[in-house]
Design a binder for this molecule. Structure first.
Ligand code: XIL
Length: 324
């Protein structure tokens, strides 16, 4: 039988978050990326804390490798992420810049990084995770205390990225966008302001770190509302948790695998209903259950992706495909 792969069937890009060392050290990992995917994102190697090694140096080793790998294999690269409160380097935080110095440093960083990969990295998450649950400004970030108008600062970050590569598609990325009405309202308000002021935003990403028991109607209502902005829509870090109770005795059996498959199908068919002009990509946050951030950030027994630890397709893979 002829079985299509994800990238063959989809009329938009299918992305995977990857790390240099897995591509270099594990042929099965590399082959799985090449077989199923048409786009890559660095899981952390293109974040500020990885690249901006000191006030006077950049470390582009991994980022260059990933961009080169993509070019050699005709994959697109989605850049993640230029400005994220959780990835300001320690030296940068410790420098205690005032708002003028802070912004001029960030401007140089964005200009250098986006400029280096101009034409090669076709899209960027310019700003990641500004809002807390419910839609207030997140208070972990120094930006709120430095700037009287943080949103104004984020808008200028989009302008700096645009100046460095006018053809790159520029995204705002966050989590729980489709399930948190308050956060979504705050994002839509920001988008309205950006559009009114000519801030060059092209798209919105929702990370989609959801679970088999995430309410589907809530998801769909929120997704439609997110799409009402008219912007490109990126499902940017998709994975579906199964062990939501964080149980040490959890077993990922056939019934659980089937539930997960149905969740994936629901999500991809929801995405499929977008107008073609708003489709951009669905990216999974990883490739195989062997390596997923959730085993350290959530629970050791977690199986959130489309391929199992031996790189075999899970029912989730078929579910994803069936929704397309
Ligand atoms: C995570 C990575 O998966 C981890 O390996 C890293 O240590 C921390 O960051 N939202 C995001 C991603 O936007 O950048 C995060 O990635 C997961 C949550």
């Amino acid at each position: 039988p002829i079985t299509q792969t994800l990238k063959e069937k989809a009329k938009f890009k299918i992305g995977a978050a990857v790390k240099m060392k897995d591509l270099q050290n594990e042929a099965n990992f590399k082959n799985a990326v090449l077989k199923h995917y048409s786009q890559i994102t660095a899981e952390y190697e293109m974040k500020m804390a990885s690249i901006w090694s000191s006030a006077t140096t950049y470390n582009y080793t991994a980022a260059d490798y990933l961009v080169g790998f993509a070019q050699d294999n005709k994959l697109e690269v989605h850049g993640h992420t230029l400005v994220w409160y959780d990835s300001f380097p320690e030296w940068f935080k410790n420098a205690k810049y005032d708002s003028i110095a802070f912004e001029s440093k960030v401007k140089v960083y964005i200009t250098d990084v986006v400029g280096r990969y101009k034409g090669k990295v076709k899209s960027w998450d310019v700003v990641n995770e500004v809002f807390a649950d419910g839609g207030a400004m997140r208070n972990e970030t120094v930006i709120n205390s430095l700037f009287k108008d943080p949103i104004g600062f984020y808008g200028r970050c989009f302008r700096y990225a645009k100046a460095a590569d006018p053809d790159a598609k520029l995204f705002y990325n966050d989590y729980s966008v489709v399930i948190d009405a308050g956060k979504r309202a705050a994002i839509k308000k920001m988008v309205t302001r950006f559009k009114a002021n000519g801030v060059p935003i092209d798209g919105l990403g929702d990370q989609f770190h959801y679970a088999t028991d995430t309410n589907r109607q809530t998801m769909k209502t929120g997704f439609t509302d997110m799409a009402s902005t008219g912007l490109l829509i990126h499902i940017s870090e998709l994975d579906i948790k199964v062990n939501t109770a964080k149980s040490d005795s959890y077993v990922f059996n056939d019934a659980e695998a089937q539930k997960q498959s149905e969740t994936y199908k629901y999500i991809t068919s929801m995405y499929e209903e977008l107008p073609q002009t708003q489709k951009f990509a669905i990216s999974t946050w990883g490739v195989t259950d062997k390596y997923t951030w959730l085993t350290s950030f959530w629970h050791s027994k977690e199986y959130p992706l489309l391929l199992d630890a031996d790189y075999n397709k899970k029912p989730a893979y078929q579910g994803f495909l069936d929704g397309l």
